[in-house]
Design a protein. Structure first.
Length: 387
């Protein structure tokens, strides 16, 4: 069944305080400070020494969940013109091709993520150049010290998903020092200011009609969002939004990136979720040959969420695919939400596509009466697999 929520609920500050007791909204609002603090900490860590041995053959970012997306951010900001491949490794150990000519960047907010610790151990064994970003005094910090590698500390009082900028900015600084991209200090400040604008417009006291995050939350509520990005950078923001919907609002969504999504996912526009109907009954009850005209149940209705990059960053055919995808959805009665990037740099554009959705996923949790901070199923899974 779809979930209807009162349109006024996110405006009730009492509900916000009650539904967000651990302060996820405040953690999201710390984004501007994270950018500034992380840029300073990365500079103090002496990341210029990474360039002493010349440019690496490849950069492998080892991380999981809210930490692993730091690798996607680095690749998106570096863009398709990056002179070396940037690969995000989400798993144990390292791919067989990774060796001493490569730079491994291990990212773990806690510094104890078992997959990342495993990858770091393997990087040290293979003699890879190493950079570590994570919790101070952690296993990862000890590994970095053992390898004589630079280490950038991250505060441990925020969830990884609320520490995107603290985890990502050191990688951007490292990329700048290695000549993989150019991000001068003024870009970090412009990005922080962009995130401040988002925090101001999305603050709890702003009512829904002037609060883009609350509006987005109410748009998404009760739907099955298909979140598509129109470039590598916008695709990173789309993936981020889908993950934030899952962790903060416990809400399912589908990630896609153009042009690939128009070669497969677009077909869902003609399926049962397009109008909120689906065949009812369990697999055992279904008869493939019976008349299903009366056999329907209510399901979440599709909503297309398009995250658009600036025109100069979109391939002309991708821009056409995005426009036609919107037309196809609207022709079928599927609602469409579109957010457009803004900013002079890639990092600033990414911030413009991440800031509002980050707040929106928390407001959606508030509107549904869900505490956005706990991740009970993740903790249960960890407990069940613990050796």
């Amino acid at each position: 069944m779809t979930t209807a929520i009162p349109s006024s609920r996110p405006d009730d500050l009492t509900d916000v305080d009650r539904a967000d007791p651990a302060g996820m909204l405040l953690a999201v609002a710390s984004a501007p400070a994270q950018v500034r603090e992380a840029a300073t900490l990365a500079t103090e860590a002496g990341l210029e020494r990474l360039a002493a041995g010349g440019r690496p053959r490849a950069v492998v970012v080892a991380g999981m969940g809210g930490s692993g997306i730091a690798g996607d951010v680095l690749a998106a900001v570096a863009g398709p013109g990056c002179p070396v491949p940037i690969f995000t490794h989400r798993g144990y150990g390292l791919p067989g091709w990774v060796g001493a000519a490569d730079l491994v960047i291990s990212v773990s907010c806690s510094g104890s993520t078992e997959e990342t610790v495993s990858a770091t151990e393997e990087a040290i064994r293979r003699g890879c150049q190493l950079l570590a970003v994570g919790g101070a005094g952690s296993t990862l910090a000890e590994q970095a010290a053992q390898a004589g590698a630079p280490f950038v500390p991250v505060r441990g009082d925020r969830q990884p998903r609320a520490s995107l900028w603290a985890l990502s900015i050191p990688l951007i600084v490292a990329g700048d020092r290695l000549g993989l991209l150019a991000v001068p200090a003024e870009v970090f400040e412009a990005t922080a200011r962009r995130l401040e604008l988002a925090a101001t417009s999305c603050r709890p006291a702003n009512e829904t009609f002037i609060n883009p995050a609350k509006t987005l939350a109410l748009d998404v509520a009760g739907s099955l969002p298909m979140v598509w990005g129109s470039s590598m950078l916008a695709g990173t923001a789309a993936y981020r939004m889908v993950c934030q919907l899952a962790e903060n609002a416990k809400h399912a969504a589908v990630f896609g990136q153009l042009p690939e999504a128009t070669h497969n996912q677009v077909i869902a526009f003609d399926g049962p979720y397009a109008d909120g109907r689906a065949v009812a009954g369990t697999a055992a009850e279904l008869n493939f040959f019976r008349d299903r005209a009366e056999d329907v149940g209510e399901h979440p209705r599709l909503r297309l969420v398009l995250l658009r990059d600036v025109p100069a960053a979109e391939h002309p055919q991708v821009a056409r695919r995005a426009a036609v995808s919107r037309e196809l959805a609207e022709d079928r009665g599927i609602p469409v939400t579109e957010l457009v990037a803004d900013g002079d740099s890639a990092l600033e554009r990414l911030a413009s596509l991440v800031g509002v959705p980050d707040f929106a996923t928390v407001y959606l949790a508030v509107a549904l009466g869900i505490d956005p901070t706990p991740v009970a199923s993740i903790e249960e899974l960890k407990n069940r697999i613990r050796w």
